[in-house]
Design a protein around this ligand. Structure first.
Ligand SMILES: Cc1cc2nc3c(=O)[nH]c(=O)nc-3n(C[C@H](O)[C@H](O)[C@H](O)COP(=O)(O)OP(=O)(O)OC[C@H]3O[C@@H](n4cnc5c(N)ncnc54)[C@H](O)[C@@H]3O)c2cc1C
Length: 514
């Protein structure tokens, strides 16, 4: 049952086997697993509840109604825009649905560096398979590639660079182009239409507009959560909500979980590492209308640079990112394109001629999440050191791919107005100055690592089972729990980790309270 907090005037007091904070990739997956196995589940979500008919395909409506902080969240120096959703279904309401299994090299890193013995393909493959089946994940069909996707592929093919249409979480997609603003046709397999209805069917209660503020402890053990029911849009507090439970699971995303922990728990590990996979954007004018507004945003992924190349001494030589072909709606494009005044107008006039790719940088220097002196949540993130070199390498290779595909001009949307018309200009014009903080629009939407799993309490918040080292009964099962960058889009990793944690929880406790 969905209960919309924005419509409630009375206080809520519930008792459940498990209370889950957040309804996104992690929370939805874990909630459905447990609810279908007899657990009495309550989920609390601070964002609103939307149906397909609420998604009007208007960018400004979606950004103001369910984007976190209405599209205005950024790091303390405004150098990096943070992109996430607050809604029933979490950021999967926004997401594009690219669904990659965790690369084996990443699992090995987490096994060895974080002591997570279960991070093996044999342990996780059954979970990946099940989630893929439940979400209808399949390789993007050829007819959903738009002209931008095809051009990126053509550029890669001409240069011998590896790329593929990605596995995507959609069933019967019609390629309307508005994925990011909520699917108006219920064809994108967000948690909103997959796991959340399953929780509901298994008699779980899902409260929207329910912001959790406190983690309740009894004898040092997690015993529930409490917070406020809030009016959607204004944030006005309408009533209180408290759920007493044997198990408390935090799945508020890397920002939401970190914030809740910072306000409730003394643990120096929380928020200390914050991964975002920095996204830079490169644009290309093909001199003809390529209609990169329809189709799905990313139907072609460039994998050829995923692994970081180093020389025998370990010096960076290239790579360390994937590229996603992408499109941006007009408002976002206007912000990202750089330039101002008439130059900006000229750029926007060419909007329908533009192709675009973005980076997913596998960073080595994470940022942090903390509470400011005013008590507000703050984030700090600098693309620095080798990560800047990865960013420059991305800009150069993106330019090469677009020129090979026939672009007339490639735009690096930096404050210097860098335009590349010929391969010979790339090394001279694209340099580190383009990726200095605030030199161009940069974003992060793969938010990870702020309350990581691991075997060492000095370096991780929760142990390998997802249970906090210092607070029995408190679990983390979302992007916060993932120990670092996945090196590809992370949603399927988050879901598999959450499902593994749920399965282990169920195996240990069976139906709690039962
Ligand atoms: C535009 C966009 C496109 C993306 N595309 C892709 C893609 O193609 N492939 C991919 O793999 N990933 C993609 N991602 C990233 C992916 O969506 C996220 O990594 C994933 O959803 C994170 O899962 P999560 O469970 O950690 O958090 P979320 O899914 O963000 O869910 C957390 C939920 O918790 C709620 N919450 C937080 N704090 C509280 C609180 N105190 N009380 C109550 N509720 C709370 C939030 O409102 C939110 O709804 C994209 C993201 C964006 C923004």
């Amino acid at each position: 049952m969905i209960i919309q907090g924005t419509n409630r005037g009375a206080d809520v007091r519930e008792r459940a086997d498990v209370v889950i904070v957040g309804t996104g990739a992690g929370g939805g997956t874990l909630g459905a697993f447990l609810a279908e196995r007899g657990w009495d589940v309550v989920m609390l979500e601070k964002g609103g509840f939307f149906r397909a008919e609420d998604f009007t395909q208007r960018e400004e409506q979606a950004m103001s109604e369910f984007n976190g902080r209405r599209g205005l969240d950024s790091t303390i120096d405004n150098a990096l825009f943070l992109n996430y959703a607050e809604a029933v279904g979490g950021s999967t309401v926004h997401y594009w649905g690219d669904s990659f299994r965790t690369p084996p090299d990443r699992l090995e890193r987490w096994r060895t560096a974080s002591g997570l013995d279960w991070m093996t393909t044999s342990e996780l493959d059954p979970h990946f398979e099940q989630i893929e089946q439940e979400l209808g994940i399949q390789v993007t069909p050829e007819d959903l590639l738009n002209e931008n996707n095809r051009l990126v592929r053509a550029g890669c093919d001409a240069l011998g660079i590896e790329g593929h249409p990605p596995p995507t979480a959609r069933v019967g997609c019609i390629g309307c182009g508005w994925t990011q603003f909520g699917c108006a046709y219920n064809r994108k397999s967000s948690q909103l239409i997959t796991t959340i209805p399953r929780v509901s069917k298994a008699e779980g209660r899902i409260y929207s507009d329910a912001r959790v503020e406190r983690i309740l402890l009894r004898d040092g053990r997690a015993a529930g959560v409490s917070g406020s029911l809030i009016r959607r849009g204004t944030g006005r507090v309408l009533a209180s909500v408290q759920v007493d439970a044997d198990v408390v699971v935090l799945a508020g995303g890397a920002l939401g979980t970190a914030e809740l922990l910072l306000r409730n728990v003394q643990d120096a590990v929380v928020g200390r590492r914050f991964y975002v996979n920095p996204h830079y954007f490169v644009w290309a004018d093909f001199g003809r209308d390529i209609d990169n507004v329809t189709g799905i945003p990313c139907a072609y992924v460039v994998h050829g640079f995923r692994e970081t190349r180093t020389d025998a001494r370990g010096n960076y030589q290239g790579g360390g990112y994937i590229m996603l072909s992408n499109h941006q709606a007009p408002g976002a494009a206007a912000v990202m394109l750089g330039e101002s005044g008439s130059a900006h107008t000229e750029r926007m006039k060419r909007y329908r001629r533009l192709g675009s790719v973005m980076s997913v940088i596998d960073e080595e220097h994470p940022g942090r999440v903390f509470l400011g002196e005013d008590g507000l949540r703050r984030t700090e993130y600098n693309v620095r050191g080798v990560d800047q070199r990865k960013a420059v390498d991305f800009l150069k290779n993106a330019a090469r791919i677009f020129l090979a595909a026939g672009a007339r001009e490639v735009w690096i949307p930096d404050v210097y107005g860098t335009v590349i018309r010929d391969e010979s200009e790339i090394d001279q014009l694209i340099t580190q100055r383009s990726v200095q903080p605030n030199a161009q629009f940069c974003a992060g939407s793969h938010l990870l690592g702020t309350a990581p799993l691991g075997s060492d309490p000095a370096d991780s918040f929760a142990g390998p089972t997802g249970e906090a080292h210092r607070i029995p009964g408190l679990y983390v099962a979302d992007g916060a729990a993932v120990p670092g960058s996945v090196s590809v889009d992370p949603s399927l990793t988050i879901m598999a980790v959450a499902r593994w944690i749920a399965a282990a929880l169920h195996e240990r406790h069976g139906r709690a309270g039962g």
